[in-house]
Ligand binder design. Structure first.
Ligand SMILES: [Zn+2]
Length: 69
C-alpha cells in the first residue's frame, strides 16, 4: 500500500511537471523568435526597431517614413 501511494504521488508530480514544461515551452519559443529577429537602430533618432519593420535606404536605417525624408 505504501509503495503504491508513493508511485501515485510520483506520477502526479511527474505529470504536473511535464504539463508545466508544456505550458512553458511556447513562451520560450516566442522569446527565441523575437531575439533571433535582428534589431536595427534608426540613423535619425537611434531607436531600435526590428529588421522587418525598418526602412533601409542607401545603407541607412530609418524607423519611419518621417525620418526617411
Ligand atoms: Zn527614427
Amino acid at each position: 500500500m505504501g509503495i503504491l501511494k508513493l508511485i501515485v504521488v510520483v506520477l502526479v508530480v511527474w505529470l504536473g511537471f511535464s504539463l508545466f514544461k508544456k505550458i512553458r515551452k511556447p513562451s520560450v519559443k516566442t522569446e527565441e523568435k523575437s531575439s533571433s529577429s535582428k534589431m536595427l537602430a534608426c540613423s535619425v533618432c537611434k531607436t531600435h526597431i526590428p529588421e522587418n519593420e525598418a526602412i533601409i535606404q542607401d545603407g541607412k536605417v530609418y524607423c519611419s517614413k518621417e525620418h526617411l525624408e
